[in-house]
Write a protein that binds this ligand. Structure first.
Ligand code: NDP
Length: 609
């Protein structure tokens, strides 16, 4: 009996729904419970030691060397992804010339430098996802850009803002040390650089460190293997557009079915002799509907259009009202579906419990649609059943693809559904699940990135603040910041990304707001002729309290979710999930708050020395 067609039961089900909420709730709980593991984040293997090769950069020629740098600059920006690029661009716009970007990859691009797997594509609309479009005069070719276009845009930003001349690529920070006498940071690197900087801006990315599953025997495999963020085109052939012609005689296994796998599995299905997709939890896969950019629409754009479009999207996807939905895609549709049916319908405001009930019902409806789409596309009923996701939509990253589900209709593609358990074992020649051997030539790990481990471990270096205190120690009991940007005892050091601030579905939007903030604060410090800035202990504590006061918002939702990196692998509230420690009222309120904080000129809570 399928849950989405269950007839209402006698007890409490709503006659008009066409499904039984109680039965769905029970099914979601059952699916969650069988995935909960005591080792939570500990189930993953760090890409160090014998696994180090999984993070080697396959996109550069080996043997790069250069002379060490021993100079001094105003600002060192760590990370050359969109965050670092935007920080540097906004600083340049504000007149700060002396900037150095240090980046471990061989070029700008960050996540888009590393993630070149076939089919990689932004899944937020490109007109709001690609930053600085008006500043660079670029319009993406399609509503959703593919990786090569996004990477080229990162390079375009680097050129436009003259950032290449001061960029250090293929360079990893070893440590940051605050020099109290000089009121500067000493930045050391694996290339023996000793660069001093008045300010450092850390933008190393929340999902930058690939992780591997701790499957017993993983080290024993003798065939070929790599992580999706270091795609080995020398082995597969082709490029990020696909055409993986070297796989024609290969049996390939891919482990993981998150947002990355959704995009590369169709290409693997086309290219491989045989593809085995090892699934632990299915993603929700909705319609993609990509299309070329309409030249008439481009002609209609007026200055300020990109910021307006970003704001419009951000307000809509956080449940606010707008007269028009400019982006109008799967994301705004999700929220329209959830919110309009509940919060903004005509009539009096709903009581919180009724609102929660309505939101849950709207979620059930949406996920029923997602499950019905699987059944309509996937011909083999057993595979179709296994590909249906049983959780609330935002328990996992929603995905969008018109090619993923049809891949399972190919005769050379097998779905190995591990029923929430994961692969049992890796052997020298392949994988084992439920007593069945799957011999393969190649294993591709689409198993994501570290979340919830120490910030400094993910960044890859330690930060020594005043008196030699390490950031690892200072944050060992949880993040301590003012507005997510800076910490007491670590003067002139800014953080970008997800640190006690607000999450924005369109990540580059968030990075741009942060970049503007940092640049304004640095300019303000210059105007005051301040040598140092850092939050007072009181301001930091007050912000921590504001975060804590809102920590319960949505906590139950995340506790009830199937495990994943959104909820610390089933430990929501413990501080290891992506959404733990963020500002509960959301990005619209947060950006207004920090904008007003800057605008009044006092920058309360920040001590300038
Ligand atoms: P995820 O962490 O989302 O997915 C990892 C996958 O590996 C999950 O399906 C997980 O299953 C599975 N897995 C882990 N361990 C095992 C095991 N032992 N056996 C079998 N399967 C296992 O990583 P992704 O790289 O897919 O995505 C990371 C994030 O990057 C996304 O959530 C998104 O934010 C971003 N992204 C954005 C894209 C875009 O904008 N276009 C595209 C791709 C990624 P389980 O769910 O059970 O844990």
């Amino acid at each position: 009996m399928a849950l989405d067609t269950i007839e209402p039961s006698d007890g409490g089900a709503e006659p008009t729904l066409g499904f039984d909420p109680d039965a769905l709730r029970a099914k979601y709980r059952q699916e969650r419970d069988r995935r909960l593991r005591p080792d939570a984040n500990g189930q993953y293997v760090e890409t160090t030691g014998d696994f180090r090769r999984y993070v080697d950069d396959p996109y550069v020629e080996p043997g790069f060397t250069r002379a060490p740098l021993t100079d001094s600059v105003d600002v060192v920006v760590i990370g050359g992804g969109f965050g670092g690029l935007m920080a540097a661009a906004r600083l340049r716009e504000a007149g700060v010339r002396d900037i150095r970007i240090i980046e471990k990859g061989g070029d700008f691009g960050g996540a888009w430098y590393w993630n070149r797997y076939p089919g990689a594509q932004c899944d937020i609309e490109s007109y709001i996802y690609l930053p600085l479009l008006e500043e660079t005069g670029f319009i993406p070719k399609e509503k959703y850009s593919f990786a090569a276009e996004i990477r080229a845009h990162a390079r375009r930003i680097g050129e436009k803002f003259d950032l290449y001349k001061d960029a250090c690529f293929q360079t990893q920070i070893s440590a940051l040390k605050w020099l109290e006498d000089e009121k500067r940071w000493l930045v050391t690197t694996n290339r023996d650089d000793q660069v001093k900087a008045r300010y450092v801006v850390m933008s190393s990315g929340p999902l930058n460190r690939p992780k591997l599953p701790g499957i017993p025997g993983i080290e024993r495999f003798k065939g070929h293997s790599f992580h999706t963020s270091r795609w080995d085109y020398a082995y597969t052939g082709g490029n990020s557009n696909g055409n993986l012609e070297k796989l024609a005689d290969k049996r390939v296994a891919i482990i993981g079915t998150g947002a990355t796998a959704i995009q590369c599995v169709p290409h693997l299905g086309r290219g491989a002799k045989h593809l085995y997709v090892f699934q632990r939890t299915p993603s929700s896969v909705d319609v993609r509907g990509n299309r070329p950019t309409d030249p008439d629409w481009v002609k209609s754009l007026t200055p300020g259009w990109q910021k307006a479009r970003m704001d419009n999207f951000n307000i809509l996807v956080t449940g606010g009202r707008q007269d028009v939905d400019l982006v109008s895609d799967g994301w705004t549709d999700i929220i329209r579906n959830l919110v309009s049916k509940a919060q903004f319908r005509d009539g009096p405001m709903l009581a919180p419990e009724e609102l929660a009930r309505q939101l849950e019902l709207a979620d059930f409806r949406k996920m029923n649609q997602i499950r019905a789409r699987v059944a309509a596309i996937v011909e083999d009923s057993k595979s179709a059943e296994a590909l249906k996701p049983w959780y609330r939509q935002f328990c996992k990253r929603p995905t969008f693809s018109d090619d993923y589900l049809p891949t399972f209709n190919r005769p050379n593609v097998t779905l190995v559904d591990t029923q929430g358990r994961g692969v049992d074992r890796v052997t020298e020649t392949g994988l084992v699940f439920d007593g069945v051997d799957y011999p393969v030539d190649c294993i591709i790990f689409a198993t994501g990135f570290e979340v919830g481990t120490a910030y400094t471990r993910r960044a890859g270096f330690e930060v020594y603040g005043r008196g030699g205190q390490t950031l690892t120690d200072y944050w060992s009991g949880g993040l301590k910041t003012l507005h997510g940007f800076y910490s007491a005892g670590f003067p002139n050091c800014f953080h970008m990304g997800l640190t006690q601030n607000a999450f924005t579905t369109n990540f580059p939007h968030m990075l741009d707001e942060q970049a503007r903030h940092i640049s304004e604060v640095i300019v303000h410090a210059g105007q005051r002729q301040a040598q140092t800035l850092e939050p007072t202990a009181e301001a930091e504590a007050a912000w921590g309290q504001a975060i804590e006061d809102n920590a319960l918002m949505n906590l139950q939702y995340r506790i009830d979710c199937t495990p994943g990196y959104y909820n610390g692998e089933g430990r929501a509230g413990d501080g290891a999930g992506l959404f733990d420690g963020l500002y509960g009222p959301g990005p619209v309120v947060f950006y207004d708050l920090v904008r007003a904080w800057r605008a009044d000129g006092m920058m309360a809570g920040l001590a300038f020395g």
